[in-house]
Design a protein around this ligand. Structure first.
Ligand code: HEM
Length: 176
């Protein structure tokens, strides 16, 4: 058979699925503030941004749980250690390999994207939603400021997410 279905291949498949969903949700959150939507009136844009983020949250954070669980599995049963990584000593030995050091740098970017997503989803967006005018009225200057911060957070987060993918590619390249 040209391919095999084992717990390890399923874990990598689910990890890739999680990566697509996580990065995809970062892309959606960034695109809403991009020049693509420049014609949209700011109050409307603020409403869309808040609504989109709220609806995406279970998918975004669900994909992170999937990434963490499958990522731990992929680390324990990685392709470079001779035995499963089930102790701190073996994890330390893995970190000294090219595979492990690329993985370590990838984790720095992962922490960055988790922190930015938390700030965006749980702090900035709820703050903006509380500032939305009830009907007809325009956005206050304070709300404009929060909207600008949200669009920066979303753009930087997308770049950090792309950084995660760059180091995922380095992890794979180290196997060649
Ligand atoms: C935002 C979160 C994450 C993203 C976007 C992400 C993305 C990726 C991608 C695209 C790959 C290449 C998949 C492949 O092997 O074909 C990968 C590999 C890997 N990831 Fe992640 N990952 C994330 C979080 C994690 C976490 C939290 C861990 C560990 C706890 C982890 C551990 C690994 C390992 C060990 C591999 C290598 C798998 C292998 O080739 O055997 N990842 N990751």
């Amino acid at each position: 058979m040209p391919f095999s279905v084992t717990p390890n291949t399923i874990a990598i498949w689910l990890h890739l699925l999680g990566a697509v969903v996580w990065t995809g949700s970062l892309l959606v959150q960034a695109l809403i503030h991009s020049p693509l939507f420049s014609g949209v009136e700011p109050t409307q844009r603020a409403r869309w941004s808040g609504e989109l983020t709220r609806r995406l949250m279970p998918i975004t954070w669900g994909s992170l749980v999937l990434l963490i669980l499958t990522g731990i599995w992929n680390t324990v049963f990685n392709p470079v250690s001779s035995e499963p990584v089930t102790s701190i000593e073996r994890l330390e030995a893995l970190r000294r390999t090219p595979f492990g050091s690329a993985l370590f740098i990838k984790h720095i970017f992962i922490v960055g994207t988790i922190l930015l997503s938390g700030w965006h989803n749980f702090v900035l967006v709820p703050r903006l939603r509380r500032m939305l005018p009830t009907s007809g009225a325009t956005l206050s200057s304070e709300a404009h400021g929060v909207l600008r911060l949200i669009s920066w957070a979303a753009a930087v987060n997308l770049l950090v997410g792309i950084g995660v993918l760059f180091f995922a590619a380095q992890v794979l390249f180290s196997l060649r």
